[in-house]
Design a protein around this ligand. Sequence first.
Ligand code: RFL
Ligand code: PHB
Length: 390
Amino acid sequence: MKTQVCIIGGGPSGLMLSQLLHLKGIDTVVLERQSREYVLGRIRAGVLEHGFAELMREAQCGERMDKEGEIHDGFLIAHGGQVSRVDLHKYSGGSSVVVYGQTELTRDLYAARDRMNGVVIHNAEDVQPHDLKSATPYVTYRSGDEVVRIDCDFVIGADGFHGVSRKSIPRDVLKEYEKVYPFGWLGVLSRTKPVSPELIYAKHERGFALCSLRSQVLSRYYIQVPLTDSVEDWSDDAFWAELKRRLPADVAAQLVTGASIEKSIAPLRSFVAEPMRYGNLFLAGDAAHIVPPTGARGLNSAASDIYYLYHAMLAHYQNGDSTGLDQYSEKALARVWKAQRFSWWMTTMLHTFPDSIAYDQKLQETDLAYLFSSEAAQRSLAENYVGLPF
Ligand code: RFL
Ligand code: PHB
C-alpha cells in the first residue's frame, strides 16, 4: 500500500488530521489498534476550547457539536465553605468553552471519514514504523497472518501515551519529563440531570471533586482517590456518598444520583517528550504529552499540535515549503509547556496531597483567596482555560 501520510492512532488527534488533510487532497491512511466500538467506549474529555471547536468546523465535523454541545461562559470553584464563579466570558475577552464529549466528537470524526471514503484500518496489530530517518519511511502492521507494508512520505505518531511511535525514537535522542501525582480520579457517568448548569471544581480536605456533564440528561462526576484504590472498591452508593461529602451542603442536597453507566479510575500524570519530531516521524497529542485533567487541557493541547502539523503539511505539499515542518517541534512544545504549567497549577491548588504540611495548605488557601480578589489572576485563569492562541 502507498499513501502520503501514514497516521498511527485513530483517536481524536489522528482522525482530525486525516480529515483535514483529506479535504485538501492529501492522502492518508489511519492505523488503529482497537476496534471502533472499543475506541467509542472510552469516556474521556468533556470540555473543548474555542480553537478546538473551530478546527472541528474546518474539518466539516462541527454540525452536531454546534447543535448539541453547550456553550459555557464560566465555571464554579467550591472552596472553604464558599462557591466562587470564574467568569470566562468576561475575563477572556468574550470567549467561552464548549461542553461536548470526546466520545461524540470521535463519533463525528469517524462518520466524516466514512462519508469521504477515508481509509481507517481497525484492529491493526503490531504496528511498527521503519526507516524514519530516510526520505522513504514505511509502516508495517499485521492483520491475522498477513503483514502489510505502507510506504509513505511522513509518519504521524498519534497513538496516545502507550503507543509505539514515541518508543521508536532512540533513547539518546528523546528527553522525557514526567511528574506522577500520588492520586487518581474515579469517574462516574450517569443518566441523571446534572447538579449544576456550570461545572463545579470542589476543593475539600477529604479530596478534590468535580461535577461535570455531557448534556442535560447525562452527568459526569469525579472524585480524587488514592492510587491503591480500584473500581471494585467503589459501589455506586459509596461513590455518591463520598461525592456529597465533598460538595457544599446546598449542592449536595440537589444532587440526583442513579446507576453508573461507566466507572473508571485514571491516574494523574504530567509528561512531555522532546523533541516531537524524529526524521520523518511527527508526534502529536497524548503520544508526546499528557496533563492531569484538572485544567481540561489534554485534548485541547492535541488540537494545537494538529493545527500546526496540518498547516506545515499544507505548506510542504502545496508550496514545497518545509519551514513549518522544521519548526513544528519547537512551536508545538512552546504551547504544550504552557498547558503543562496551567494543569499543574490547577491540580496543585485544588487537590489534597497526602504528604502536604500545614505550610502547603496555607499556600493553597492563599492561592484561592488571591485568585478571587484579583481581576488579573482571574484573567490569567480564564485565558488559559479557554485556550491560549495557536
Ligand atoms: P488517544 O485518545 O489516546 O488516541 C490514541 C489512539 O491510538 C491507538 N493506539 C494505537 N494504534 C495503533 N498502533 C498502536 N501501537 C497503538 N497504540 C495506541 C489507541 O487505541 C487510541 O485509539 O490520543 P489522542 O488522539 O492524542 O487524544 C488525546 C485525548 O484522548 C486526551 O488528551 C484527553 O482525553 C484528555 N482529557 C481531557 N482533555 C481535555 O482537553 N478536556 C477534558 O475535559 C479532558 N478530560 C481527559 C479528561 C482524559 C481523561 N482520562 C481518562 C485520561 C478526563 C479524563 C478522565
Ligand atoms: C469531563 O467532563 O470529563 C471533564 C471536565 C473538566 C475537566 C476534566 C474532565 O477539567
